[in-house]
Design a protein around this ligand. Structure first.
Ligand SMILES: [Zn+2]
Ligand SMILES: [Zn+2]
Length: 158
């Protein structure tokens, strides 16, 4: 998605809003591919000021993530807004290409420790059992912790 600078230059300081979809099919997040479901929705409000363009950029969409506890794939929605400042190297540039900013915004928008659900119990580090759907496997030796309510409360923050 691009921001046309002709209109912005004509009225410095006056924001111009634009909307669009950006398809990012080669996104990488922490050395891993980050596939998205459909395109990223982009809303940009930009104004021009002395060879700089200020853009309030909002990105939203859905990513395919892997749960950091149980490794299940699930879809995570994201929505993030930030103010960016673009310095124009060429003062006569006809437009600003937003694609790299959109990609950066999506990387920051997705959670760093994705969870399929807030109370995901994850995989047992010893026997590999998916504790969301099964008990510890035979011989695991990992004893299910006694349900101390204080501990349970703590776990929500982990
Ligand atoms: Zn999970
Ligand atoms: Zn186990």
């Amino acid at each position: 998605m691009r921001i046309d600078l002709k209109e912005l230059r004509a009225y410095p300081g006056r924001p111009v809003r634009s909307e669009g979809l950006e398809v990012l099919d080669d996104l990488v997040w922490c050395d891993e591919p980050l596939p998205l479901v459909g395109a990223v929705r982009v809303v940009a409000s930009a104004f021009y000021d002395e060879k700089r363009v200020f853009v309030t950029l909002r990105v939203s969409g859905t990513g395919v993530r892997r749960c950091s506890r149980c490794l299940l794939e699930f879809e995570e929605e994201f929505d993030r807004e930030e103010l960016i400042e673009v310095n124009l190297e060429d003062p006569n540039a006809p437009y600003v290409e937003l694609r790299p900013w959109i990609a950066a915004g999506v990387r920051l928008a997705v959670s760093s420790r994705p969870l399929c659900r807030a109370d995901c119990r994850g995989l047992c580090a010893r026997c590999g059992a998916d504790l969301n759907v099964e008990e510890h496997r035979e011989g695991c030796g990992e004893i299910a912790p006694a349900l101390d309510p204080r501990l349970e409360k703590l776990r929500e923050f982990l």
